[in-house]
Design a protein around this ligand. Structure first.
Ligand SMILES: NC(=O)c1ccc[n+]([C@@H]2O[C@H](COP(=O)([O-])OP(=O)(O)OC[C@H]3O[C@@H](n4cnc5c(N)ncnc54)[C@H](O)[C@@H]3O)[C@@H](O)[C@H]2O)c1
Length: 436
């Protein structure tokens, strides 16, 4: 079966390469000519663990190709996946212009009966709208919703070993059902993972999953604030709460707020969808507000620890990506901190093993990027840890102390709380942890 992946970003490139890995013939198409050129030249435009191997193997074995000619790519495909961006609009809703553009191209240029699979995260009702856009096409186009749940940083593994594959299509649409079953059969060999449902439920499932995870994080961030007031330790609380099998241990980590291209926009979009239907989702709306406030927590802690002000101070920032093992900086709490520091007149020296290039494009000379984490701390008045990359988890603190002008550590990920740093002469602040 020929498969076309339209949109070759974090989701499209991983999904396209992984479908090729399972034996499909895949072409990944994108309007970003530079991105396609990088791929055609054998490069990988994003950092994602294990992706380079999968891409290179499938290109060399002839199952995976790239093109910036979307029209040509979709022409004779049996399955056309839409994996384009759906960024937030000013009002919190999702911008669906790229999804619509792809649907219109498919309606005009498909040369055979095919499934059009909405893999991008799209608000409930989009499947129905897209059906309307393609209803007059020369060939029958079956519109299916198949939201993606992969995690950046572990995306290849997630795609090939998913917890579940959610597919929304009409119950009586045998063409769509058999096409989707065949495509996902190789990742369902050990057990059935496809959860079939109607398109509207599939669209909503994606937003509800992300909002529920975001809610856990925001709740624990609020509890971390309470821990600081009452002298409790959020690590202990997390262990105690998370070992209840009804609750489970995941997504209970207090920190500088969630970021990335999904949680912030998806929570806002869910709230927006509900409002369009006259409903106020108060828990979701509060989750979003709590997160916005939490993203300022490191800056507030720095301010409190520097009574003579931040202006003119040198602040080292370790970690720019919104989480480890990705170069994605979209909505990263690190950016909120760096923006605030620049606005306050601090000198910022940042380090990140993978995301520095993306960040340097954003800051255009306003931030210095060190190629070594220790170099970033030279003469610093504070060191803030924002992303828990492994290389920051157990650094040589003696060296850090020697290099810094004043030994102030703000640990946004609570990874250093048990290291006895206060007894080594540091001023240590975590998020809701007592520290030592
Ligand atoms: N990043 C994640 O972890 C993740 C996880 C699950 C779902 N999603 C969802 O998947 C979708 C894609 O996310 P992403 O992170 O891969 O975005 P991305 O920005 O990395 O990639 C989107 C790509 O689509 C391309 N594009 C835009 N308009 C196009 C068009 N008309 N024709 C062809 N290509 C076009 C862009 O050039 C870009 O390369 C979003 O809806 C997102 O919410 C993302």
């Amino acid at each position: 079966m020929k498969l076309c992946m339209v949109g070759t970003g974090y989701v499209g490139l991983v999904s396209g390469a992984c479908f090729a890995e399972t034996g499909q013939q895949v072409v990944c198409a994108d309007v970003n000519v530079e991105k396609i050129k990088v791929l055609e030249d054998g490069g990988i435009p994003i950092f994602e663990r294990g992706l380079d191997d999968v891409v290179r193997r499938n290109v060399s074995e002839g199952r995976l190709g790239f093109t910036s000619n979307v029209t040509e790519a979709i022409a004779d495909a049996t399955a056309i996946f839409v994996a384009v961006g759906t960024p937030p609009r000013g009002d919190g809703g999702a911008d669906l212009s790229a999804v619509d553009a792809v649907a219109e191209t498919v309606a005009k240029h498909a040369t055979r009966e095919c499934v059009l699979v909405l893999k991008s995260t799209v608000p409930v009702g989009t499947n129905a709208r897209v059906r309307n856009l393609v209803k007059d096409a020369a060939h029958k186009i079956h519109v299916v919703s198949n939201p993606e749940f992969l995690k950046e940083g572990d995306a290849v593994n997630d795609f090939l070993h998913p917890d579940r594959v959610v597919i929304g299509c009409d119950e009586d649409d045998d063409f769509a059902k058999s096409t989707m079953s065949r495509l996902y059969h190789p990742v369902c060999l050990s057990k059935e993972r496809i959860v079939w449902m109607d398109p509207a439920s599939a669209e909503l499932t994606k937003y509800v999953s992300n909002t529920m995870l975001a809610m856990r994080i925001s709740f624990m961030n609020e509890i971390a604030g309470l821990c600081e007031k009452v002298g409790a330790d959020v690590h202990s609380v997390r262990h105690g709460v998370g070992s209840d099998s009804r609750i489970g241990p995941k997504f209970l980590y207090a920190g500088p707020g969630y970021g990335g291209s999904c949680f912030p926009k998806d929570v806002k979009a869910l709230v927006h969808t509900a409002r369009e239907h006259g409903l106020e989702l108060e828990l979701a709306a509060t989750t979003d507000r709590v997160n916005d406030r939490q993203k300022g927590v490191i800056f507030r802690k720095l301010k409190a620890a520097m009574p003579d002000g931040i202006r003119g101070k040198k602040v080292a920032v370790w970690g720019i990506s919104f989480k480890p093992r990705t170069d994605d900086i979209r909505e990263s709490p690190s950016l909120t901190l760096i923006d605030a520091l620049i606005a306050e007149g601090a000198e910022v020296v940042a380090h990140d093993p993978e995301a520095a290039e993306n960040a340097s494009e954003r800051y255009e000379g306003k931030v210095t990027f060190a190629t070594d984490p220790y170099v970033a701390t030279e003469g610093a008045d504070a060191l803030c840890l924002l992303t828990e990359w492994r290389l920051y988890q157990n650094p040589n603190f003696e060296k850090v102390k020697e290099l810094m002008r004043s030994p102030l550590l703000i640990d946004g990920r609570n990874v250093w709380s048990g290291y006895g740093l206060r007894s080594q002469g540091f001023t240590y602040e975590g998020i809701g942890v007592r520290g030592s």
